[in-house]
Design a protein. Structure first.
Lengths: 270, 224
């Protein structure tokens, strides 16, 4: 409702004032020289393509799209992988990182009847890490048939840790492989006291794995897991999808990831 | 025409506030007091409370460099070998729940697993298992060639040594002697309830391959 002292405006669109516009405009490059003058020279006819305006919008958009693609290609823009709700099988030739920590935590789940539940998992965190290939396999029932979604990343070179990650978090139900830890290694640390991932300012996040008090925890300066085959309840790997040779496929039946090859050499400085 | 005096204004020619001015001054004082109270409250809110200080003081590590979970690890090793073992008896340690235990501190140098190590923690609501079926390590040589140390806080409930014959239940002797005990001949059927384990490599490096903890096996968390 308008205030009583506010004049009621005409709802129809009114012509804009022609401020600063040449009253006798010269034909533009995209206008026909012998075309008849418009009955209203101040307002171009409808249906005309405004190339300058279009370019003014399109060029920044194209530049932004190109920039995003370039950033993704170079890894400057992180595109993360997040797998939740259902367990996923995985294999990797090697996972190596610094400021490693693990703790037993409660991972929320949804039961088949729709009610909320939780499972206990070993949550692992790396502040800085590298992966030597990764394969994820998740089976899905579609119309009564089993299909497997396979996602593989990385090259086939067991000597290259080609996937770099930061602040990686994995929730493991089980994992089999070779677990090496170095530096000062503490076992059965209170899970809420471990230090691993960092915030934007570079400071360690308190209780970074969200562990309840008095749970089992591990803290190590370095950790390296070779030839890992396991089941994860949750993956959070920022920047993972910028890695080379990302392959995604859906295959009928239950298809496991191929056995991980043994890594060669050492990962060096991640 | 003389304009009416505004509230809080000086009466012209008197220099004295009227009644409304006094009320305004009181109001200003009340506002200033409230602001001061807010500032003091905000400053105090940033300080940890005395209760928090008591809690933090109650869970400072004691006897162990960190606060272990109150659920001990059941560690069994079928066969192991170490350069030496030192036992410190009657060590008081504090757990993450604030309780303390009087237990032993075992320091191994170059602790190697010859066959099958199992670490199990049964806590409220889950069981965590680390199983190494064959060889492994809880300490090796660092890059400078010095043996790394592995320290366990807890109680060894069984260990056997082989001196011509296999002699078991000698953990009491280990605790009794307490000093440097060579285990180069190896030990078998090790079992202990261990609250905390720390291994130290003083020369750790990013490209180091002689990691003190080398566990080829499986980690599992199961929920009953």
């Amino acid at each position: 409702m308008n205030p009583p002292d506010t004049p009621r405006r005409d709802p129809r669109p009114s012509p804009r004032p022609d401020s600063g516009r040449d009253p006798n405009p010269s034909p533009g490059p995209d206008s026909c020289p012998d075309s008849r003058p418009s009955p209203r020279p101040d307002f171009p006819p409808e249906g005309r393509t405004h190339w300058r305006r279009s370019l003014a919008v399109a060029v920044p958009a194209l530049l932004a799209a190109g920039g995003i693609g370039s950033a993704m290609a170079t890894g400057a823009l992180a595109v993360g992988l997040q797998v939740q709700d259902q367990p996923v099988d995985f294999t990797t030739s090697s996972l190596y990182g610094t400021q490693y920590a693990a703790a037993v935590v409660d991972q929320p789940t949804v039961r088949p009847d729709g009610t909320a539940g939780s499972v206990r998992v070993l949550r692992m965190g790396f502040a800085d890490g590298v992966l030597n290939g990764l394969c994820l396999s998740r089976r899905q029932q579609i119309a009564g048939a089993t299909y497997t979604l396979l996602l593989t990343l990385g090259d086939d070179n067991p000597g290259s840790w080609e996937i770099r990650t930061r602040n990686t978090v994995l929730d493991l139900r089980n994992a089999t492989g070779v677990l090496d830890m170095d530096g000062v290694v503490d076992l059965n640390v209170n899970g809420a006291d471990v230090r691993t991932v960092k915030d934007a300012g570079g400071a360690f996040v308190p209780n970074p794995l969200g562990a309840p008090q008095h749970r089992f925890g591990i803290q190590a300066r370095y950790a390296k897991f070779d030839r890992i085959t396991g089941t994860a309840q949750d993956f959070q790997i920022p920047g993972l999808l910028t890695t080379p040779r990302l392959k995604l496929s859906v295959k009928p039946g239950s298809v496991p990831c191929p056995p991980p090859a043994a890594p060669t050499g050492t990962p060096g400085t991640p | 025409m003389t304009a009416p005096a505004r509230p809080g204004a000086f009466r012209e020619g008197t220099g004295v506030r009227n009644g409304t001015g006094v009320r305004g001054r009181r109001k200003a004082l009340a506002v200033a007091g409230a602001l001061l109270l807010a500032v003091v409250t905000a400053l105090l809110a940033g300080q940890p409370s005395s209760a928090a200080n008591r809690t933090a003081a109650a869970v400072e590590p004691l006897g162990v460099p960190f606060l272990p979970s109150p659920y001990p690890l059941r560690v069994t090793i079928d066969s192991m070998v170490a350069v030496s073992l030192t036992v410190d008896k009657g060590v008081t340690i504090r757990l993450s729940d604030g309780t303390t235990r009087v237990t032993n501190k075992y320091t191994f140098t170059k602790l190697q697993i010859r066959s099958h190590m199992n670490v199990t923690q049964r806590a409220d609501g889950h069981t965590l298992t680390i199983d190494v079926p064959n060889e492994g390590s809880l300490g090796g040589y660092d890059s400078a060639g010095r043996p790394e140390t592995t320290t366990m806080w807890g109680n060894i409930t069984n260990v056997c040594v082989r001196v011509l014959l296999k002699i078991c239940g000698v953990q009491g002797l280990l605790d009794f002697f307490g000093s440097l005990i060579p285990l180069t001949a190896g030990a078998e059927d090790f079992a202990g309830d261990i609250y905390a384990i720390r291994t130290v490599d003083d020369h750790a490096a990013l490209d180091s391959t002689d990691n003190p903890v080398h566990l080829p096996g499986t980690i599992t968390v199961t929920t009953p």
